[in-house]
Design a protein around this ligand. Structure first.
Ligand SMILES: [Zn+2]
Length: 477
């Protein structure tokens, strides 16, 4: 494999590589080697932001179908990596070099294996046709927007465990042309591994309905970066029919029941066990702690880090777990890592917990930047918690009371109601008679407010007839 890559790098001057899908010369700034490194570098940041959703059965299924598809694709020699992200957002995306991501949110919304296969083919298509690479090349000079999850003000960025550069990659818009090409490849690849690609078209209806029903910020990324789903529904349907005719394939699979069995009991919606906010208090049931934060500040709950910042982005508290085993080790490591100038330091107890706080100065002369960095290391339940409070030196006194509010309210979570909170999960119910979905939901005593959400989740309309013996997705504790 390594020799093959070296060979490729020498063979193709990277300013005009041959595109694997079109066979034409392509202007890209990146070699295949660089492309793979880019995916490999961004992957840990994506995991740090969203976390992985662990489900051995579902993971094995996606790995198997993904590998099968990789082999029949335009880049059969690439090593593909497939991940399930622990996010309720409905999204799927790909990174250069062979990385494909599905959120558990999108997996909950597929209604059969064929829909999953279609979207898998679409994402693999972005990789085989080197879309992100081309897009990245042409946008290299463009400043990446900072209105993304996990993004902090650029002046504080070096202290964040998550690089917004990597995250920015997810938000690069694929052009209409690229989306159309990926839809085509999705039809081709999923048909070739034996699935009915017309189901992929149906999934665009789900996307369309989600976008119509969502409020404000809940718009699925998968949609916002893609062209009109209804046009795509028509086009993908036509392409699927053509492929099925030309290839003269029959017995194409849909596998609805098999798919529903796989996602039964999967977490649905936000998982409060990994941290949630009520009022101005943040609770983390799994790690059994809580703290409060100043009114008007914004909190972002990421898998490996919590960002708490004032609206203008002038002050930021980053909370994460230190990799070091003791307060002293964590403190020394931190001071050394950022070459900090320690101005003041004290050991104390915060709500009964051993802690060390230090006020330091971080300077970057080249950028004329002087930051006050107030770091607190606190030992709780076998972990070292690291608070990094940041502001420009000149603003520090103004923000110090807010920093203190967060740190001094950190304590053990004991409220059983909060400790025992449970996420909702996908449940599958089998119908006993033939009737409309809404009368079924009424029979099952499901809150009317949830009917439309459940209809979308099942890819049908509320008034559609559901025949006896069908399996329907609902969600509950
Ligand atoms: Zn796409």
């Amino acid at each position: 494999m390594r020799y093959f890559l070296i060979f490729l790098v020498f063979l193709l001057p990277y300013s005009c590589a041959i595109n694997p899908v079109t066979g034409k010369r392509d202007f890209v700034l990146m070699s295949e080697q660089e492309e793979m490194e880019m995916g490999k570098e961004a992957d840990p940041d994506i995991i740090a932001e969203f976390g992985l959703y662990e489900d051995a059965k579902l993971q094995a299924f996606i790995d198997q179908k993904g590998r099968e598809m990789g082999r029949i694709s335009h880049r059969p020699n690439l090593t593909y990596t497939f991940r399930i992200l622990d996010s309720p957002v409905v999204n799927a995306f790909a990174l250069p070099g062979g990385y494909v991501y599905f959120t558990r949110g999108i997996l909950a919304h597929f209604n059969n294996e064929a829909e999953l296969a279609g979207v898998l083919g679409h994402e693999i298509g972005h990789i085989t046709a080197r879309h992100s690479v081309r897009q990245y090349s042409s946008q290299l000079a463009v400043q990446l927007g900072l209105a993304i999850g996990g993004a902090v003000s650029p002046k504080f960025e070096q202290f964040s465990d998550i690089a917004s550069m990597s995250l920015g990659l997810l938000f690069l818009k694929n052009s209409r042309e690229h989306e159309s090409q990926s839809d085509e490849l999705g039809v081709e690849y999923s048909t070739k591994i034996g699935y009915d690609a017309r189901e992929m078209a149906n999934f665009f209806n789900t996307i369309h309905r989600l976008s119509e029903s969502s409020e404000g910020g809940q718009l699925p990324n998968f949609l916002s970066t893609h062209p009109n789903p209804l046009n795509r529904f028509e086009r993908v349907n036509t392409l699927a029919n053509q492929w099925q005719k030309n290839q003269q394939v029959s017995d194409l699979k849909i596998n609805r029941d098999e798919y529903l069995s796989m996602i039964e009991n999967m977490v649905y919606g936000e998982d409060p066990r990994q941290g949630f906010v009520e009022g101005n208090v943040y609770y983390h049931p799994n790690l059994k702690f809580q703290f409060s934060f100043p009114a008007g500040w914004e909190l972002q709950n990421l898998a490996s880090q919590v960002n708490i910042q004032d609206k203008k982005g002038d002050a930021l508290v980053l909370l994460s777990l230190s990799e070091q085993k003791t307060i002293k080790q964590a403190r020394d490591h931190f001071v050394k890592e950022f070459s900090l100038n320690v101005l003041d330091e004290k050991n104390e107890r915060i709500n009964g917990l051993q802690a060390t706080s230090l006020l330091t100065l971080y300077q970057e002369e080249s950028e004329n930047l002087a930051l006050s960095v107030f770091a607190t290391f606190l030992e709780y339940d076998g972990n070292i918690y690291r608070f990094i409070s940041l502001s420009e030196e000149k603003n520090f006194q103004r923000f110090k009371p807010s920093f203190d509010q967060v740190i001094r309210n950190f304590k053990q979570l004991t409220d059983p109601q909060k400790l025992n909170v449970k996420p909702k999960r996908i449940r599958i119910r089998t119908t006993l008679n033939t009737t409309s979905l809404n009368s079924l939901l009424e029979q099952w005593n499901i809150d009317k407010k949830l009917w439309e959400e459940i209809a979308i989740l099942n890819g049908i309309k509320q008034e559609d007839q559901v025949s006896s013996g069908s399996r329907i997705k609902i969600f509950g504790e």
